[in-house]
Each structure stands twice: as C-alpha cells, then as structure tokens.
Unconditional design. Structure first.
Ligand SMILES: [Zn+2]
Length: 175
C-alpha cells in the first residue's frame, strides 16, 4: 500500500488541529461561519414530519431504526453526520471541523438505504459529490477512512484534556 498516496486524499490530519484552531482564532468568524467557510457542501436532508412518524409507528417498531428522511423503519446500515442541530448533513472529510468547533454536532443519524440511493441520484451526483463522502455503512467506505491519520467524528487526535481545553477556548461557554 502506498501510504504517501493515501495521505494525499486526506483533507485534514492531526497536524491540522493546531493550524485550524489558530486560523479560527484569527478569523473573527463565529464557529458556524468558520466551519461553513472550510467545509465541503453541507446539505439539507429534510426530516419526516412528526405526523408521518406517528403514522408509521405501528409497523416501524419492528425495525431497529428509522429513516430520518421518510420516517419509515430502517435497519441502520446507512448513516449520515447530522450537524448544525437540524437537518444538515456534513461530509466525512470535515468531521474534524465539527469535533473542534462544535457546529451543532449530533453525530450519526439513520437514513434508509432507498432514500440514500435517491439522495445520491437527485442531490449528490448532480453536484459532482461522492456518496462515500456523505454516507456511512459498508457500501459507503471511502479510501481515506482506512488511513490511520484520518480523524473521524469526535476524534480530534488529542487527549480528552486537550479536547476540553479546546472546547472551552473556542466556545467560550459551558453547556
Ligand atoms: Zn427513507
């Protein structure tokens, strides 16, 4: 395996942590603005309405999970990174940005495999985006995820103490 080549595919590594923190400090932007300025497109995955969830509940309890998009039962084999505390989906390449700067990081949520395919066809492909960058699951593994230098969700490449220190410094408040 050519390590050098693999590393080229990584957008951020452990070396980016200090760089990004400094850049943010000097940017004068809010953490959400900073994240948006650095990230690949953050896409809206509209959520099923409460009424739809309620309506489906009679059959959905048989499934392990729910598709957030259509509200139907799902197996949880395809997930996405829910950010900005709402219905926004971020790229895997940008996990580090959310680990470092918050950005309403809600970790992984379920999308049904049918909806994932539909979303790929109607939203990702027309924008030239790769579904492997946006969906988690065995059919959606990007090469860089296997790189030991890849930083995933909640993985800032430092100790827990570093993470807390970063949280205090960047958010300036406790929640
Ligand atoms: Zn669905």
């Amino acid at each position: 395996m050519n390590k050098e080549k693999n590393m080229d595919k990584l957008k951020y590594t452990k070396a980016s942590v200090e760089e990004l923190k400094n850049e943010f400090k000097n940017s004068g932007q809010s953490s959400d603005e900073f994240i948006e300025s650095k990230s690949d497109p953050i896409l809206d995955v509209p959520h099923a309405t409460w009424e739809v969830w309620e309506k489906n509940e009679k059959i959905n309890w048989k499934f392990g999970d729910r598709c957030t998009h259509c509200g139907r039962g799902a197996t949880g084999t395809v997930m996405y990174h829910l950010v900005f505390g709402g219905s926004s989906m971020a790229s895997k390449k940008d996990s580090l940005l959310f680990s470092l700067f918050g950005g309403g990081d809600m970790a992984l949520y379920c999308i049904g495999s049918t909806c994932a395919k539909k979303f790929t066809k109607e939203v990702l492909k027309p924008q030239g985006l790769d579904p492997k960058d946006y969906f988690w699951g065995k059919d959606y593994i990007a090469d860089y995820e296997n790189d030991p230098n890849y930083l995933g969700i909640q993985d800032v490449g430092g100790t827990l103490e570093d993470q807390w220190e970063s949280h205090w410094k960047t958010s300036g408040n406790y929640e």
